[in-house]
Design a binder for this molecule. Structure first.
Ligand SMILES: [Mn+2]
Length: 306
């Protein structure tokens, strides 16, 4: 949003569900084309990135997920930062020097970076009621990315983007377009169902929730983890949802008080993410106990807060 508003030009939008990460291989770019990549793990798209660069495509890459090695290539402009206090929206904001700060805040709120976003919002003189609307919009847009299949989503992200990009000011969008409030109402209804479930303690510093497999639970898993993380900032939260292969999808949040180590724990089980928020796409049933033991054994305070 921010980049397109700053540099308007015809572009093909390629997007996917929250867990569809290997998107770069779907980019049909020709030599001389420019590709803008946002919020997509470079680790998971490494080979496709090298292929694009070799083909003579220019790539501008903004991301905050852990990557072992950023290729050195004259046609790659990479803005990568793993700090727990940044998200991709804030990296773009940094590059554009705050030109579309209100949109940047929508992204940051949507990523549950409430404290950072509140400070930035206060810095540009936004009142509490405006901050609240930006937060609701961010959470609604973020929420719409969740689900295991297109039918789980209220509106296709491509269509939502086309509506959003017509507005320079997200507050105007929130007030003029009903879709933001529709998504907000859906999110609340799903969350109300999920919050009826009681988390179980896992050791002293973590809790675990088990969700059934249903359209609402496929959408709510990440938002539920964020809601519990905010409500209980001293504890880590793992939300499990049954998948169709007899295992689970896992969404993990480190304690907000010590936001580190979630990605490291998930990587041991084939998942990934960032320091404060990470996940596992498929945890086989046979691995469940090993994960729960590892969760109980994690001493979050020892992880560097980055
Ligand atoms: Mn992100």
């Amino acid at each position: 949003m921010q980049w397109r508003l700053a540099r308007p030009q015809p572009a093909t939008l390629i997007t996917g569900l929250k867990r569809e990460l290997e998107l770069l291989q779907k980019v049909p770019a020709a030599p001389g084309d420019e590709v803008l990549v946002c919020d997509l793990s470079m680790q998971r798209n490494h080979a496709a990135l090298l292929q694009l660069l070799a083909r003579g495509v220019h790539v501008r890459y903004f991301d905050h997920h852990k990557v072992d090695q950023v290729p050195q290539h004259p046609a790659l402009q990479a803005h990568i930062d793993f700090d727990a206090q940044v998200c991709t929206s804030l990296l773009v904001d940094r590059e554009l020097k705050g030109r579309f700060r209100r949109w940047a805040l929508v992204g940051a709120y949507g990523d549950n970076m409430t404290d950072t976003a509140d400070k930035l919002a206060a810095g540009i003189g936004l009142q509490e009621s405006d901050r609240r609307e930006l937060r609701l919009l961010g959470e609604a847009v973020n929420y719409n990315a969740y689900g295991d299949e297109a039918a789980d989503q209220h509106i296709a992200p491509q269509r939502l983007y086309a509506l959003l990009v017509r507005y320079l000011d997200p507050l105007q969008f929130w007030r003029d377009e009903p879709i933001g409030r529709e998504l907000d109402a859906l999110r609340r209804a799903d969350l109300d169902l999920a919050l009826r479930l009681t988390p179980q303690d896992v050791g002293e510093h973590a809790r675990l929730l088990m969700l059934p497999d249903a359209p609402w639970s496929r959408r709510v898993i990440g938002g539920l983890a964020n809601a519990w993380a905010s409500a209980e900032p001293q504890r880590a939260h793992a939300v499990f949802k049954a998948d169709r292969r007899g295992g689970h999808v896992v969404s993990l949040r480190a304690p907000q008080a010590t936001p580190g180590g979630a990605d490291a724990l998930c990587r041991r089980f084939g998942g990934g993410g960032r320091a404060g928020a990470a996940g596992i796409d498929h945890l086989p049933a046979a691995e469940t106990l090993r994960f729960v033991d590892a969760l109980a054994a994690t001493s979050w305070g020892d992880a560097p807060p980055r």
